[in-house]
Unconditional design. Structure first.
Length: 243
């Protein structure tokens, strides 16, 4: 087993690498690695954050208008100069992208590609060229080989009344993955395993009570959720319908 647990939806790491062998390998490949928390990505589009992103555009200060072509236009409450300063800040990307010490791309075929998250954030900060479009979208451009490509987007979603930040639209997420491969240090793990007969792992059914304490890794479920203890009194709650 490579990971402990599954994807989570809050601001903490998506996964934690639990396998001691892989921990040693990754520590050797990334000497500056602080822990084994992981932000896990897959597919062709990557969403970093959906919701309020007050540093870039306070939600209560935006105005909705129309462009010269009749498209919806979002007018932000702060200047593009101030927005670019935020987008070049490590603290901003640590908050909205850095959900782990490692960024991992899962190709859905048992190959995991790892990058040191601090390298990813530093690359985005130093190499991205930001552009404000007439619609109010902010586009982040990166070079792939010698060609500039639109990769990262910050935009307002009127249907949700929220902002979204990510490498989304088309195949922007996979494009970002390819660009990272060509520019920063990475390590690939081909995870091949065979199913063999073994003692089944039984997860008990139990009721969650306020202040419940347990050993790290303790797992149980009720009629709606799976619970995983990650730090004594701290629990992760996952909807059973999402497993």
């Amino acid at each position: 087993m490579l990971f402990l647990g599954i994807n989570f939806s809050d601001a903490s790491a998506d996964n934690i690498i639990s396998n001691i062998e892989y921990q040693k390998i990754l520590k050797e490949k990334f000497p500056k690695l602080k822990d084994f928390s992981v932000s896990l990505k897959s597919g062709e589009t990557w969403q970093f954050h959906l919701g309020r992103i007050e540093e870039l555009s306070p939600l209560n200060q935006i105005r909705i208008d129309k462009t010269s072509l009749g498209e919806t236009k979002v007018i932000h409450g702060i200047s593009f100069k101030a927005q670019k300063k935020v987008l070049q800040s490590p603290s901003f990307w640590n908050k909205y992208l850095g959900k782990g010490s490692l960024l991992c791309y899962n190709n859905k075929n048992k190959k995991y590609t790892f990058f040191l998250m601090s390298d990813v954030i530093n690359f985005i900060i130093t190499e991205t060229r930001w552009e404000l479009l007439e619609t109010g979208r902010i586009k982040g451009h990166l070079n792939k080989e010698t060609k500039s490509r639109s990769v990262i987007t910050f935009e307002y979603r009127s249907d949700k009344g929220q902002f979204v930040l990510g490498a989304h639209g088309g195949k922007a997420g996979y494009l970002l993955f390819e660009i990272l491969l060509n520019n920063i240090h990475y390590h690939e793990i081909n995870f091949h395993s065979e199913i063999t007969e073994s003692t089944p792992f039984i997860i008990p059914k139990q009721k969650m009570t306020p202040g419940l304490t347990a050993k790290v890794g303790t797992t149980f479920f009720d009629k709606d959720f799976l619970y995983l203890c990650i730090d004594g009194k701290k629990w992760k709650k996952i909807k059973l319908e999402e497993i």
